[in-house]
Design a protein around this ligand. Structure first.
Ligand code: PLP
Length: 424
């Protein structure tokens, strides 16, 4: 009997089941479950009416309709690329002529996930190293695992990565002769998934400076990969400029963004800007993936941006998530103050809660079982830590998302979480 696995490629064999798939399935299979886990967005605020009107406009004339239903350009719709760059320039308060914002180096992708995947394909061979925040976006860890990349975790502080720890980790790589395999530092810089933390511009600048100091020893550029997936979902505080504003950004900063969370996750349009040395390779890879993102969703976004529909939707969404975040934080204060501490995000979809060390939160823990028994689901913090043999993964944290559940279910879920924590 031939072995089934023998037919798979190394990548096929290596690629593990993404934990998010299991958590999402659990949430879908058990409608009673209050999911504070899966990364769905707020259903009632999805722009159904606005999208119907946009579609009517796009499909209103045969000429426009036909072009929207046809294949498009590999890098994406030219107008959408222009509008996207314009939006980032405005958010950054930057000079539109700065080379870091060249629309020719922006590609529209099937969600920013595809951009992150293509960047990883373009940069990393198996065994190559990416530095990540500790903890970080666990689906990116899935890409790294699947592609045989090694991760090195860099500790986090309240305003982003711990620069002293980054320095130390770079020195370790240098001493071990591993710098030639280090290609990038991946930062989820706005309202980070999972912790809610936003990285200050000063930290991004210092991090980029540090990376540059090690390039000689690496023998090649070391990129700063800035994932700004939650930038648009800010409901409080300031919006720090992106790393694209930094000196040298044009050559070293890769910027990943998305319209899927701020507009509609079902219209999966993302984008990325990459330096000149990297962009052609990414485009060749894109050619093999799909030679261009679906045109119709791009036309919807183009129309939404050009007409102002996008802006008003984002404004309303920010207010909505602000209310939901406050519902979660209020409930945590009421029901969990004696058992945990947590971050207070100013945007995004997540709160990061820490329990005392003796309270395990992992998939096999009593707390996970106890909350599930009470029909509540969270993301165990361990899933958000890279495999890195130089430290043990903390096992007393969790990601709590206020994205999908209603305010009343958020409150109920947190109350039950508190009960479960006190019961162990
Ligand atoms: C940090 C981060 N980056 C990227 C993505 C990918 O989102 P999308 O592909 O919908 O743009 C997500 C989705 O959850 C995310 O949390």
């Amino acid at each position: 009997m031939p072995k089934r696995n023998a037919v798979l490629s190394e990548l096929g064999r290596r690629t593990g089941e993404p934990p998010i798939a299991w958590l999402m399935k659990l949430a879908l299979d058990r409608p009673k479950l209050i999911s504070l886990a899966a990364g769905f967005t707020d259903n009632p605020s999805l722009p159904v009416e606005a999208t119907r009107e946009l579609l009517e406009k796009i499909l209103g004339s045969p000429k426009r309709g036909q072009s929207a239903l046809q294949y498009g350009a590999g890098a994406g719709d030219a107008d959408l690329r222009g509008l996207t760059v314009k939006r980032i320039v405005e958010q950054d308060g930057a000079n539109p002529r700065s080379g870091a914002y060249a629309a020719e180096r922006l590609v529209v992708t099937h969600g920013s996930q595809q951009f992150l995947y293509m960047v990883s394909e373009a940069l990393f061979d198996p065994g190559d190293i990416v530095m990540v925040e500790d903890p970080t976006y666990f689906v990116y860890l899935g890409i790294a695992q699947s592609r045989g990349m090694q991760c090195r975790g860099v500790r986090m502080e309240a305003d982003g990565i711990d620069l002293a720890n980054l320095h130390r980790r770079l020195e370790e790589l240098k001493k071990a002769g591993d710098l030639p395999r280090l290609k990038a530092l991946y930062l989820v810089s706005y309202h980070q998934n999972p912790t809610g933390t936003t990285t200050s511009l000063a930290k991004k600048q210092e991090a980029l400076g540090l990376l540059r100091r090690y390039e000689n020893a690496a023998g090649h550029p070391i990129y700063l990969l800035e994932d700004a997936a939650y930038r648009e979902l800010r409901f409080a505080g300031e919006d720090p400029p992106s790393a694209l504003t930094l000196p040298g950004a044009e050559e070293r900063v890769i910027y990943s963004g998305t319209y899927s969370k701020p507009f509609a996750t079902g219209i999966r349009v993302g984008f990325g800007l990459a330096p000149e040395d990297l962009f052609p390779a990414i485009m060749r890879i894109k050619g093999n993936h799909d030679f261009g993102t679906s045109n119709l969703p791009q036309q919807i976004l183009r129309e939404a941006l050009a007409s102002g529909v996008y802006e008003s939707h984002v404004q309303a969404l920010r207010a909505r998530y602000g209310i939901k975040a406050r519902a979660m934080l209020g409930a945590l204060r009421l029901h969990c103050a004696d058992v945990a501490e947590w971050t207070e995000p100013r945007g995004g979809l997540n709160v990061w809660a820490k329990f005392p060390r003796r309270v395990a939160t992992g998939l096999k823990s009593k707390l996970f079982a106890g909350t599930l028994e009470r029909d509540v689901l969270y993301v165990p913090g361990q899933l958000c830590y890279a495999d890195d043999s130089s430290r043990r993964k903390p096992n007393c944290e969790m990601r709590l998302s206020f994205g999908a559940a209603s305010e009343s279910r958020i409150r109920e879920g947190i109350q039950r979480l508190g009960e479960a924590a006190r019961a162990i």
